[in-house]
Design a protein around this ligand. Structure first.
Ligand SMILES: CCCCCCCC/C=C\C/C=C/C(=O)SCCNC(=O)CCNC(=O)[C@H](O)C(C)(C)COP(=O)(O)OP(=O)(O)OC[C@H]1O[C@@H](n2cnc3c(N)ncnc32)[C@H](O)[C@@H]1OP(=O)(O)O
Length: 194
């Protein structure tokens, strides 16, 4: 963990004026590779350190819609298959939002088939992140409501940018959405499973 945090500091994930800056070398060596499927999730893997930087890149607020969730799961699978990858830093490419959480429009006025597919993708994201063999760190560089908060909780460690404007929490009950019991009991009451 200490090594990973040192690494995140080396990569430039340092909080200053509420921002988490990501300074990465422009020149990519053979030890570094990048991938993205549709550019909603950007991954930069540094083989020399074993640390992958995953940035959500779905402006304006990094909504977790079906496309992004699917891309997230594919990216996680690729990293899990990379034997050189030991740790993952999850952050946002946007300046003040980590993620605004689930895309409410994915649950509104859609067919039962679509909603089913969407919730399957949500569960898949949780399984991939919470069940990951990698050491996972959420570098929360902005607002993180609802599923953004749950994503951070699913990581092994969390660091949040020091800015009083940014909020994080489970606000979804205000929208009439309740996080599923399996998620809440695992993340918020882990003692039940130990
Ligand atoms: C491993 C983890 C697994 C997670 C598993 C989760 C399962 C658990 C199930 C349920 C729990 C979770 C539920 C949710 O996530 S519900 C969503 C909760 N999120 C919110 O309520 C966010 C509300 N948004 C905001 O507070 C703000 O947008 C902001 C602070 C994030 C950013 O503010 P700002 O920069 O001023 O942007 P705008 O508000 O102007 O937003 C831009 C644009 O985006 C639309 N929008 C914002 N959030 C959502 C959303 N969640 N769904 C759909 N659309 C959203 C907003 O309406 C604007 O649209 P426009 O007017 O058309 O431009």
């Amino acid at each position: 963990m200490a090594a990973l945090l040192k690494q995140s500091a080396r990569l430039g994930l340092s909080g200053r004026h509420g921002q988490v800056f990501c300074r990465l070398p422009w020149a990519l060596s053979f030890q570094r590779y990048m991938f993205n499927a549709n550019k909603k999730i950007l991954v930069e893997m540094d083989k020399s350190t074993g640390v992958a930087l995953m940035k959500m890149a779905n402006p304006p607020v990094n909504l977790l819609n079906l496309e992004t969730l699917t891309e997230f799961a594919i990216s996680m699978e690729k990293l899990e298959l990379d034997k050189d990858c030991k740790g993952l830093i999850l952050t946002s490419s946007l300046s003040k939002v980590f993620t605004a959480g689930l895309d409410i429009m994915e649950m509104c006025g859609k067919s039962p088939e679509h909603v089913t597919e969407f919730w399957r993708a949500v569960q898949e994201m949780w399984l991939k992140l919470y069940g990951s063999n990698l050491v996972t760190i959420a570098a929360i560089n902005g607002f993180s409501p609802g599923a953004g908060c749950l994503m951070a909780l699913a990581c092994d460690y969390r660091i949040m940018a020091d800015n009083v404007k940014y909020s994080i929490g489970l606000n979804e009950t205000q929208l009439g959405i309740v996080a599923p019991f399996w998620l809440v009991t695992r993340e918020l009451r882990p003692s039940l499973f130990s």
